[in-house]
Design a protein around this ligand. Sequence first.
Ligand code: HEM
Length: 399
Amino acid sequence: MPHHSSGRSYPPVRRSATDLPEEYAQLRAGAPVAEVVMPSGDHAYLMSRYDDVRTVLSDARCSRAATVLPESPKLTAVPFDAGGLFTMDPPEHTRLRSLVAGAFTARRVELLRPRIRELADELLGPMAEGGGPADFNEAFAFPFPVAVICELLGVPFADREMFRGWSDAILSLTAHTAQEMLEHKLALVGYLQGLAAEKRRTPGDDLLSALVGVHDDEGPLTEHELITMAMTLLIAGHETTVGVLGTSVFTLLRHDGGLGLVPSGEEELAALVEELLRVNPIGDGGPLRVTTADIEVAGTKVAAGSAVIGAICSANRDESRFPDPDRFDPSRRGTAHLAFGFGPHYCLGAPLARAELQIALTALARCFPSLRLAVPAADVKMHTGLLVNRLESLPVEWG
Ligand code: HEM
């Protein structure tokens, strides 16, 4: 495949914080398997229809492990580290994932719910005292998911500010230099090694203690696997939730009824969160895979060794699957959206992310029933990058 030539660039550009890149509707209609140029200059095939995106996400010939081979096309100049769930295929992936899934269960998330509620209230209290207007990102969307991850991993309270500082630096795309990001990453790895040693000595009922204890026929997680897993959970679970929390609140505040749309019934609340997840993608594309064999998608032949991207954001707006797909419809049911992916890499943190969103929206609606935008919606800007979308700020007021 040719490298470094011109063509349609990926990710496509969006016009505003509220609309997906327009290009996707055209691609779904006329070029469901489109050749694009990634920021690295390498080419990829971009799939935009629901069924094709599902295929790319779940077909064993669309590999995660191959994305880190030196000869493979790259998304950016700096790919993910090898050795974590993000860069593995079965059977290595299956082993690691089932070891972690055994510890990171829906039951553990259920047990964590009361504590997640307290964490939400601890952040909303000071926001209310401040009197508004406030930036919802700063006051809540950013600190909340990292507080939850600290709770999940069992990071002691006294260390949380330090932990948050490192993770902010690692996740920030622009605010820190590469050197600073690396230093923070090393500091965080060092910290997690110390914490894991502590959990070995005195296990608690947190996930890190559980991960220290898990093992299968091949033995326990290695130290490297353990630390990489903790980092993966932090990276996969922090900025994604920050982004979706912000855009979800923005969606509700633009809709008649505002936070009054957050229902008290469990099932209705769950359905509202699913619809918010469908319309608020974490990015303007989807995850990268590299083909390990020749495949054919929607009649197009894709040669082995090609980069393929299943555009989750577009699949979730596919008109053949979702009637009136761009409309946020709180009464929509049973959509089977792909926001958490599909197949063997389906988001491991989905139960936690759902719990966080449900709890946050409920607490917010209770504390701030009159919450509204403090600026016109058109002034709210999306920070689009390669990894995860996030509103630059979300100014809100109440009372
Ligand atoms: C609204 C929030 C979230 C969204 C939309 C989201 C979305 C996704 C998606 C689309 C994937 C699949 C990527 C692929 O197929 O290549 C994924 C994987 C993953 N997510 Fe999430 N995620 C969210 C929150 C979380 C949280 C809170 C955690 C954990 C604390 C988490 C942990 C993971 C992990 C570990 C994987 C890799 C799974 C694997 O490769 O087997 N995510 N997520």
